[in-house]
Design a protein around this ligand. Structure first.
Ligand code: SF4
Ligand code: SF4
Length: 442
């Protein structure tokens, strides 16, 4: 299949990055790529989705990557995976003999090995320059579930109408489910046997980068995990702290030990982000040198500095993210002439083992299997968002009282705009339509 055939299939079947910001996948198909990498790092504690999907669908996923590699004329496909995901590694090894371009790239058991910039360095030795994207070094990175969605679109004519989600933490039965898009987070928690604590807090995503979510928010194409936590857990208190208090605490107790910088995952690759310098300027109000402030643009928001490194329990990531948003809102461009150092010689000894991070966050007691279960989940009602991807929201093609079938196209994006189509995740009757969502009752 060539790119002219492949791109419309991806767009019409609603395929976006099945995690992160939901970037439309057709835009990533670029002939400048000589290497494709499958991101099966799954580096956040407790998440157990990608390794299980890859184990179950190794042939479908690896053969689809090879097909994409042929379409973009890439020379190599690398499966970026950790040695501890033994069953997934074995499943990939079992299909390699029938592939032409694919090899396995084993990753260190550290966080954040799944950050694209770090994944690329670990598997190819190339460093993406600060402020650039993977294609600048000839690489395109794909999510495991995204590639399975491409396989399903090509071979089964199936659009994206469901999502794999790991549900874990304070739930009766930690599990990884395939659920229809648009059911609520609470319904997914109930499918895992319900919460085991009173007043649980739901986190959409992993403990390092996930955000507290409303239980009645709908599942989207980028929902990877729901973490159920007691309301007094450390990661909940960090997520609910106030910026004004974070700044006051930084002013009082930041001792400039620079541990946040010494362990910063991007700084170790030579990127010019120095959280201790930012904290000095932000807490003192003295900005002799503007660079530490502008260089916040190079922070990946991995959270290591505030959830692992800082022994004073300060919040560099939160303050940096707020500052970075302010710069973006004012239209400040990413610094072009940033100094780019060499990769730290002792990087290997400063990387953070995932097991230590899990223990430090008080999550070891939740680190149990969350087996993949793919039974059909009946939904009574779904609320399907029209903006589940980066780009223009889709425009509804249906109206209240319309009957729709599971998999039917219900919203699309104009041909000249960035975005993908949206489909009904259940059969039923449309009961509400507005510019933000469509509600369907079974
Ligand atoms: S680790 Fe904490 S105390 Fe040390 S420089 Fe960074 S923010 Fe300040
Ligand atoms: S969140 Fe902290 S550790 Fe991570 S890249 Fe940003 S400054 Fe560095």
């Amino acid at each position: 299949m060539n790119l002219t055939e492949l791109i419309p299939i991806l767009k019409q079947n609603g395929i976006v990055g099945a995690g992160g910001a939901g970037f439309p996948t057709y835009v990533k198909l670029d002939k400048k790529a000589d290497t494709l990498i499958l991101n099966c790092a799954e580096c956040e504690p407790l998440l157990k989705l990608h390794r299980q999907v890859l184990e179950k669908y190794a042939y479908e996923i690896v053969s689809t990557l090879e097909m994409i590699a042929d379409a973009v004329e890439a020379k190599e496909v690398i499966i970026g995976i950790k040695p501890s995901y033994k069953k997934a590694v074995a499943a990939v090894e079992a299909v390699l003999s029938s592939m032409k371009k694919t090899k396995i790239g084993l990753l260190p058991e550290v966080y954040p090995a799944g950050d694209e910039v770090i994944l690329i360095y670990e598997t190819t030795g190339r460093v993406v320059p600060p402020g650039n994207i993977p294609i600048s070094v000839g690489v395109t990175v794909f999510n495991v579930e995204t590639i399975l969605n491409i396989y399903n679109a090509i071979h089964k004519d199936e659009p994206v109408i469901s999502k794999y989600i790991t549900v874990t933490g304070e739930v009766k039965n930690p599990v990884t489910l395939k659920v229809p898009l648009g059911i609520t987070m609470q319904e997914v928690v109930d499918l895992a046997g319900g919460a085991t604590v009173e007043e649980p807090v739901l986190i959409n995503g992993g403990p390092m980068t996930g955000m507290i979510t409303n239980p009645f928010d709908p599942v989207t194409k980028t929902t990877n995990a729901i973490l159920v936590m007691p309301k007094d857990h450390y990661i909940v208190s960090k997520r609910t702290s106030k910026i004004s208090i974070d700044i006051n605490r930084a002013m009082s107790v930041c001792c400039q030990c620079r541990l946040c910088t010494d362990l910063c995952s991007r700084n170790l690759l030579g990127h010019p982000i120095e959280p201790h310098m930012f904290m000095r300027a932000a807490s003192s109000g003295v900005v002799d040198d503007i660079k530490p402030m502008l260089n916040t643009m190079f922070c990946s928001a991995c959270g290591l500095c505030e959830l692992y490194s800082c022994f004073q329990d300060l919040s560099p990531r939160t303050l940096i993210s707020a500052y970075k948003s302010g710069l973006r809102a004012k239209g400040v461009p990413i610094p072009k002439d940033s100094e780019f150092k060499a990769v730290a010689k002792d990087r290997e000894f400063r990387m953070v083992p995932k097991s230590r991070l899990t223990a430090r966050l008080g999550l070891s007691k939740y680190n149990f299997p969350a087996p993949l279960v793919e039974t059909e989940i009946p939904a009574k009602k779904v609320k399907i968002l029209l903006s589940q991807h980066i780009g223009a929201p889709a425009e509804a093609l249906v109206a209240p009282k319309d009957k729709v079938k599971k998999g039917q196209l219900i919203a699309e994006v104009a041909e000249d705009k960035l975005g993908v189509s949206i489909h009904a995740s259940i059969s039923g009757t449309v009961v509400e339509v507005n510019e933000k969502y469509i509600v369907i009752k079974a």
